[in-house]
Design a protein around this ligand. Structure first.
Ligand code: C2E
Ligand code: CA
Ligand code: CA
Length: 833
């Protein structure tokens, strides 16, 4: 029939198991399906030339009864061979027989049969009208039959002699061989045999040729006349002693397409065999696998030759995954045909995995479930790690700030709902920068990790401990029956952290300042409670560190005030509110003022004169220290130079200026110093730059370079607050330093505290060894001064010798102090230097 014929419902009785395609392709035939009991189960025909009656009438009849009695035996044997001989569908049975129509007339038909598509059982018989063929042939019915069969057969028929030479070629031969039919006759069929198959093909042919009546089937490659390789399925039958034939009948099909498609499915089969994905087919009724690839077998612990039907599909799932499978996967897969998702499973060897699972239900056929599952545990773990990394601090493993804020907000919402309070403890390590700067960041990391561990250990199991930033750790305490509990938790933290921490064989001691704040009633804003706890922590720092402070309203005011202060500090320089005061530095031996230290003051419009302790930190945090410090340097050099001019008797008065890290970090710093010296005319040797020990250790290489450059200018380098940091001697030697200022904390106990005295003595001895000038700062008492003198300190500074003074008083102070007063007399013996 023409390909244009629209495929549509076929007249007749439905034929389950006959693929629609087969019907559409050859609808001019009569289709009859026959069940295992040999009765007709369905019949259909686009144009019925054979039955000529209602097709439904065929259903239920014995199939053979439709045939002419003479043809029944042949049909029975052909069909039986086909049905029970296990012949593949490509080896369809085919014969010529008469169908007795509804009108009682027998009509010749070429009859073929094929297996039905499972689950339908039985065969489909395709009967094609062969009336013309048969009636057009001369001779008896038997010859006509054979001829019709040959002419009509979809396969190629050739008759060969005992040597394989082609004696006769059927109509399909030309196309199959790729050689004109006329040329075929007289040619040896061996010419078409693929060389690789030649031995086998020859043996097969000779075996059949040797035995009259013998028949054998062969499957191999043929080289067509045009050189193309084709796969053929051939059957040869020895009819040499049949006078009607006198030859070997070869009957073959080109099965190249079939082989190719089978190859593809073989290849797919191999992929399924080798893949690490689990592939299995599960029987819907028993829940037992009916097919499983090696990966699936090994997952279920079934040996390669073991019985599949021993494991239920659910046996590898975790209980939760089993519930999901039962309540979701199966219902969805059977309703919609597929389900895709993730399930947790445990392999026979005990490995817990997450599987990406795809289930497909074969609703068309037996309803079996095909399952493809892939172990995605690694990917899941990776995803989890990414998520963890995004929300956790890599150093301590604690939740990071983002996660803290998130959790805190949820906790605040919960607390607000249940009318409860929660507490935040804000912990900040004291002087952590010093550890980092002097022992290195590696040591700082060790300390932070240890502190984090101890913090976690000292709070309650449910409390959240997070790393807020740098050396700031935050604890969130939920479910506080008693709000006072938070403070007692905070009280446990300090002692836990104060225990020595071992860093590279050394013991390091750290303390922590904690601020505790309770949630404001009804507030769900994380920033608020964090701000309160931070303010309380700030108070703990301000009141001496290593302590716990609880938040109160005044702190909030303070925090607000700090913000205010920042605003006004920004304007202070423009409004000329920053001043420089000078504190004299005395030569211990002579008692004469030899230098002054420039100390910044802020003339606050409302709050009066503010000491740097109240605002230098803020200026450093905001970067305002850079312009302010630059201005102070300029003023100090200018005013000391001018004082020199007005008081020529002063000689070579030196001035020390404090410089903070932010200033030192400026690339232009040294150039700035050089410029100020040039502008003011102060001799470089009379300027001292005071840098704290920890500042120098911040970046040793950079410090060494900057100090070297300052040295080249001829400026003096003074190490301030010496003894409070952790600087090592080797570093000190690397830096071109001129003076060491013994920190006030050691001067404090001079003559009264043995430890302080010993340390001060050591520093002085160290300075002397390194050829540096020593300066004692914060000398308040005669006892201290006597000790300073006894230790051989070069210079001294302190309230006893003179308080910081505004510049307008500088002249007076200097004038007064140039004449050594009674305090420094009688003149001490010259120091050892
Ligand atoms: P510092 O460099 O150690 O300055 C010495 C501090 O000790 C000054 O406090 C001074 O007034 C105080 N002092 C002097 N003698 C005694 C004494 O006998 N007893 C007591 N208790 N204190 C005494 P001040 O002026 O409040 O400065 C504090 C800190 O502020 C300075 O410590 C310095 O680190 C910083 N600072 C001051 N001016 C500047 C500046 O212009 N730039 C920078 N970056 N920092 C500055
Ligand atoms: Ca200083
Ligand atoms: Ca100092």
């Amino acid at each position: 029939m023409s390909p244009e014929t629209p495929p549509g419902p076929l007249p007749g009785v439905p034929l389950p198991g006959v693929t629609a395609r087969a019907l559409i392709d050859t609808t001019s035939d009569l289709y009859i399906t026959v069940g295992p009991d040999a009765r007709i189960t369905g019949a259909a025909a686009r144009i019925d030339r054979l039955w000529r009656g209602p097709l439904a009438d065929l259903v239920g009849r014995e199939a053979l009864s439709v045939l002419h009695p003479d043809d029944r035996e042949l049909a029975a044997s052909e069909l039986a061979a086909f049905m029970f001989g296990g012949e593949p569908i490509s080896g369809d049975a085919e014969f010529l027989g008469r169908i007795i129509g509804a009108d009682g007339v027998a009509r010749w038909a070429a009859i073929q049969a094929g297996e039905l598509e499972p689950p339908a059982e039985g065969i489909v018989v395709i009967a094609r009208d062969a009336h013309e063929l048969v009636s057009g042939q001369p001779g008896d019915a038997g010859e006509a039959r054979l001829r019709a069969l040959i002419e009509h057969a979809p396969s190629v028929v050739e008759v060969l002699d005992a040597q394989g030479v082609i004696l006769w070629a059927g109509p399909g031969a030309e196309q199959a061989r790729g050689v004109p039919r006329g040329e075929l006759v007289g040619t040896s069929s061996a010419r078409f045999t693929h060389p690789d198959d030649a031995d086998e093909a020859n043996a097969w042919f000779r075996a059949v040729a040797a035995r009259p009546g013998a028949s054998d089937r062969y499957f191999g490659r043929m080289i067509r006349g045009d050189g193309q390789v084709a796969w053929v399925d051939a059957t040869i039958t020895n009819r040499l002693d049949d006078p009607a034939v006198r030859g070997i009948v070869a009957n073959f099909h080109d099965v190249t397409d079939l082989v190719r498609s089978r190859r593809v499915s073989d290849r797919l089969g191999r992929v399924v065999e080798r893949t690490t994905d689990l592939v299995l087919v599960i029987d819907p009724d028993s829940g037992l696998p009916v097919e499983a690839n090696p990966a699936a077998r090994s997952f279920w612990g079934i040996p390669p030759d073991g019985d599949l039907a021993t494991v239920h599909w659910g046996s590898a799932l975790t209980p939760q995954a089993f519930d999901i499978a039962a309540s979701e996967v199966i219902p969805v897969a059977s309703e919609r045909g597929t389900w895709t998702g993730e399930l947790d499973a445990v392999s026979a060897s005990g490995r817990a995995v997450t599987m990406s699972v795809h289930v497909e239900r074969h609703t068309e056929s037996d309803g079996a479930y095909a399952v493809v599952a892939r172990d995605i545990s690694e990917r899941k773990a990776f995803e989890a790690r990414l998520a963890h990394e995004a929300t956790h601090d890599p150093l301590t493993g604690l939740p990071n700030r983002a996660l803290l804020v998130d959790r805190l907000e949820h906790a605040l919402a919960r607390a607000a709902r249940s009318d409860q309070q929660l507490a935040v403890i804000f912990c900040d390590l004291d002087h952590f920068k010093v550890i980092n700067d002097s022992l290195g960041h590696g040591a700082g990391d060790v300390v932070l990790r240890a502190v984090a561990e101890r913090l976690v250990a000292s709070v309650r199991p449910g409390d959240t401990v997070a790393r807020f930033g740098g050396d700031e750790l935050v604890v969130v305490c939920e479910d506080l029956d008693d709000p006072g509990l938070a403070a007692s938790i905070a009280d446990r933290i300090g002692p836990a952290i104060a225990e020595p921490i071992h860093v590279a064989g050394a013991e390091v001691f750290v303390t922590v300042s904690c601020g505790v704040a309770l949630s404001r009633p009804g507030s769900t804003i994380a920033e608020e409670i964090l701000g309160d706890a931070d303010a309380a922590m700030y108070r703990a720092k301000a009141t001496g560190r290593a302590r716990v402070a609880r938040f109160d309203r005044s702190m909030r005011d303070e925090a607000v005030a700090r913000l205010d202060l920042e605003g006004s500090l920004r304007r202070a320089l423009d409004r000329h509110e920053i001043r420089v005061h000078y504190q004299p530095i005395v030569d211990v031996a002579s008692g004469a003022i030899v230098a002054v230290e420039a100390l910044a003051r802020w003339e606050h419009p409302e709050r009066g004169l503010l000491a740097p302790g109240e605002w230098i930190g803020l200026a450093e945090d905001t970067g305002l220290i850079v312009p302010i410090g630059g201005w102070i340097l300029d003023q100090a050099c200018r005013q000391v130079q001018r004082g020199q001019a007005t008081l020529p008797g002063l000689g070579e008065l030196e001035v020390s200026v404090n410089v903070s890290g932010r200033q030192l970090g400026q690339v232009s710093f040294v150039a700035e110093v050089e410029r100020v010296l040039a502008v003011t005319g102060l001799a470089p040797s009379r300027l001292g730059i005071e840098l704290t020990e920890s500042l120098l250790m911040d970046d040793v290489d950079r410090s060494a370079a900057t100090l070297g450059a300052l040295k080249d200018l001829g400026v003096q380098v003074v190490v301030d607050d010496f003894g409070t940091g952790y600087s090592s001697l080797s570093y000190l030697r690397r830096f071109p330093v001129d003076q060491l200022k013994v920190d006030r904390s050691f001067v404090d106990g001079l003559g009264t505290d043995a430890d302080d005295t010993a340390i001060a003595a050591l520093i002085v001895a160290l300075a002397r060894t390194l050829g540096l000038r020593s300066v004692a700062e914060g000398v308040e008492t005669e006892v201290q001064l006597a000790e300073v003198r006894r230790l051989g300190v070069d210079r001294a500074q302190g309230y006893l010798l003179g308080r910081p003074q505004p510049p307008e008083r500088l002249g007076d102070v200097l004038a007064e102090l140039t004449t050594p007063n009674e305090r420094s007399a009688p003149a001490p013996p010259p120091s050892a230097r």
